[in-house]
Design a binder for this molecule. Structure first.
Ligand code: PLP
Length: 364
């Protein structure tokens, strides 16, 4: 592909992303099912961290407002270096995005340049997929196993000669299930060097089995997407990154719309502070676990089946319960229980604070 074609394709991709951004924002803004109850809303629909940003990130961002009149070009390199320090890589292994969803789109655009299809689970995190479809890329979706895990074998069997990329969300959103490290490595290995594995690790910090980042130098086809939106509590600040071999990062960056795009200086300063605030991360994990236990107990008591989750959300089956849980919760201004599978009674609810989950429990 020559440079003009590449730029045309990038521009097209960007307009696809921009379109989906506007329509997505409108859809999410309209998400509350009901506003009938008085008082503040409890938002349990987007796996946001109810505790964040961390005190250190808050203070750093407030201070950084003073320098936000200037372009902070050097900060991009500094943040990439700090992240590389976390994962034991170099800054050339890292590219930043305004949230990891931007980079999921970018990786997909790069991996499927020319033509081809991508394979992913159903349901999974699909926010970036409409853009891929508008770019003319076929998407082959593979059902989860009966235990709601990514079906690695079936995904492998679905790959054909045109497959350029496999997207795996591990742990998976919306189900909160995870594959073992060994199964994941076997999967990358079997995929071979000609197909990209885009591994979305938005939630690995919530549990104790770490990221697969140590495999990046071994497998040139592995791209890992990570975010500051979840355990670090910075969803609105928009900072994410992709980790891959330097050659891949360099090629992916060719598809970025503009050098100045990406996270703001204020957000990057916040991310650097957030990485240092280990006490806050510890607190978030501990509170998430306690709040999840409150929900599990309420589900057990009400006879509602659920999948034990390693993340900050829980997938459950409304079927045996007499009332529709989204409406029941929305009546008390608790919004966000929603469906991710067609004609299914399974729903996802994000984990809020312990008192918020106690409110959910008392309603159930
Ligand atoms: C699995 C997964 N990946 C990526 C994202 C997007 O995160 P970001 O805010 O970094 O764009 C989310 C957000 O909910 C997610 O659940």
């Amino acid at each position: 592909m020559d440079r003009r074609q590449l730029l045309r394709r990038s521009a097209l991709a960007m307009s696809a992303f921009a379109f989906s951004r506007d329509s997505f924002a409108e859809a999410m803004a309209g998400m509350p099912v009901s506003q009938s109850a008085p008082g503040p809303q409890i938002r349990l629909g987007s796996n946001e961290n109810p505790h964040g940003p961390s005190p250190m990130a808050r203070a750093a961002m407030m201070e950084a407002v003073a320098i936000s009149n200037r372009y902070q070009w050097d900060m991009n390199g500094v943040l990439r270096e700090r992240i590389a320090g976390l994962t034991g890589h170099t800054k050339e292994h890292i590219t930043l995005g305004a949230g990891s969803s931007e980079l999921l789109g970018l990786a997909c655009l790069w991996a499927t340049r020319g033509k081809g299809n991508l394979v992913a689970s159903e349901p999974t995190f699909k926010l970036w997929m409409p853009a891929a479809r508008r770019m003319g890329m076929a998407t082959k979706l593979v059902p989860l196993t009966t235990t709601k895990h990514n079906d690695l074998q079936r995904i492998m069997d679905t790959i054909d000669a045109d497959t350029r990329m496999v997207y795996l969300c591990n742990p998976n959103n919306p189900t909160g299930t995870t594959a073992t490290k060994t199964d994941m490595e076997t999967f990358v290995q079997k995929l071979g060097p000609d197909r990209v594995l885009l591994l979305d690790e938005a939630y690995t910090e919530y549990y104790d089995s770490p990221s697969m980042s140590h495999l990046v130098d071994k497998y040139p086809n592995l791209i890992i997407a990570k975010t500051f939106s979840k355990v670090y509590g910075m969803a609105g600040a928009r900072v994410g990154y992709a980790l891959a071999q330097p050659g891949t990062i360099k090629q992916m960056n060719e598809f970025q719309a503009w050098a100045n795009a990406g996270p703001s200086a204020v957000s990057m300063v916040g991310a650097m502070a957030a990485m240092k605030d280990l006490d806050f991360v510890g607190l978030v994990k501990q509170q998430n676990k306690l709040a999840k236990d409150v929900l599990y107990k309420a589900f057990d008591k009400a006879g509602i089946p659920y999948i034990p989750s390693v993340t900050s959300f829980v997938y459950f089956d409304n079927k045996p319960y007499a009332k529709r849980i989204p409406e029941l919760l929305a009546g008390a201004n608790i919004i966000g229980a929603r469906s991710f599978e067609q004609d299914s009674t399974w729903l996802r609810l994000s984990i809020g604070t312990v008192p918020e989950m106690q409110q959910v429990a008392s309603l159930l």
